[in-house]
Structures are given as structure tokens and as C-alpha cells.
Ligand binder design. Structure first.
Ligand code: ZN
Length: 183
């Protein structure tokens, strides 16, 4: 939102990312967490007897896993030293793309699952987009813009699914064990 001020407390900012290596390290962590999230959401949709959304989340999990593989290969080629010791620059234990895993429960409805996915994908997009916008190094800018474009695709995909899953008639939080709509 605002320009980073040096010496300010770490927040969910991309201010500290100044190299392609740091960007890749962050992107890898985000992809790994995204894969885990989608596997959890797929499991939940299976318990909801919603094979269509379970399939979608498994597809997304596979996509994130494949992307993580590519980033790992890229990092390997760059032979970055001490990657695991780097501080992740989102200022907390959670990466921007991570959903609140505690929010995924067996009662999570298809629409809630999609909403969690959407929130996470939007945060991921914003994270990379901010880096791309702020980057002075053209190589860093190119990578960040590429990652942002991929996250934007995920956002669109999830938005399209949300259109197909309208709001349930009553607030799901009001009912600890809502009936599973069959259609
Ligand atoms: Zn994504």
C-alpha cells in the first residue's frame, strides 16, 4: 500500500525482496503451501460428496506442485547459497498464498472452500504484483510479473467456479452440520 520505510517493523510486505534468488525462494514456499492447501480442500470436498470441486482442487494442487518443481530446478541451476536460512519477507509464519488452514473444517462448504482459495490466490497475486511494480532490476521485474500473471490466472479460475456455486440459502456458520445440497 505505502512505500516501505526502512527500519519499520516487518509486515506482509515485499520490501525485502531485492533479487531473483529471494523471489524464487519465496515463490517456492508459496507453491508448496498452495499445494498443501488444495489437497486439504479437495479432501473436504470429497467429504461433501462434491467430486467436481474435489477434482478442481486436485488439479490446482497438481499445477502448484508442478510449478514448485520448476522453481526448484531453477534454483538448482542458480546454485543459491544458504537458501533455507533466508528470512521469508512476509513477516510472519504464513506466506501470502497460504489460507488459514484452521479455517478448513469438515463443515467447509464448496463455496467457503472456493472463497478460501480466492483469498489466498488474491494475496499471492498482490504479493508478486507489488514486487514487479517496485523492482528496479529488470530480471526481478520479469520474474515477479510472470508469477503475478500465473496467480492472476488462478484468481480468474476460482472466480469462475464461485459463479457456479451461489451462496447457500442460510449462513453456513449458523449450522454446524449443514445439509449437503445435492444440486
Ligand atoms: Zn496460485
Amino acid at each position: 500500500m505505502t512505500a516501505p520505510v526502512s527500519g519499520s517493523p516487518p509486515g506482509r510486505s515485499s520490501a525485502a525482496i531485492a533479487s531473483v534468488g529471494e523471489l524464487l525462494a519465496h515463490a517456492l514456499r508459496m507453491e508448496e503451501e498452495a499445494e498443501e492447501r488444495y489437497r486439504l480442500l479437495a479432501d473436504q470436498m470429497e467429504t461433501h460428496n462434491n467430486p467436481e470441486l474435489a477434482g478442481l482442487f486436485r488439479k490446482l494442487a497438481g499445477h502448484e506442485a508442478h510449478h514448485a518443481e520448476e522453481i526448484r530446478a531453477q534454483i538448482g541451476r542458480m546454485e543459491l547459497p544458504g537458501l533455507e536460512s533466508w528470512d521469508h519477507s512476509w513477516g510472519g509464519p504464513e506466506s501470502p498464498e497460504a489460507v488459514d488452514f484452521g479455517a478448513i473444517r469438515y463443515t467447509t462448504t464448496p463455496r467457503q472452500a472456493l472463497q478460501l482459495a480466492l483469498d489466498a490466490e488474491r494475496r499471492a497475486f498482490e504479493f508478486f504484483d507489488r514486487i514487479a511494480a517496485a523492482a528496479g532490476d529488470p530480471e526481478l521485474k520479469r520474474w515477479a510479473a510472470e508469477f503475478a500473471a500465473e496467480e492472476d490466472e488462478h484468481v480468474r479460475l476460482v472466480l469462475g467456479e464461485l459463479d457456479k456455486h451461489p451462496e447457500p440459502p442460510r449462513h453456513p456458520d449458523d449450522d454446524p452440520d449443514p445439509p449437503v445440497p445435492q444440486d
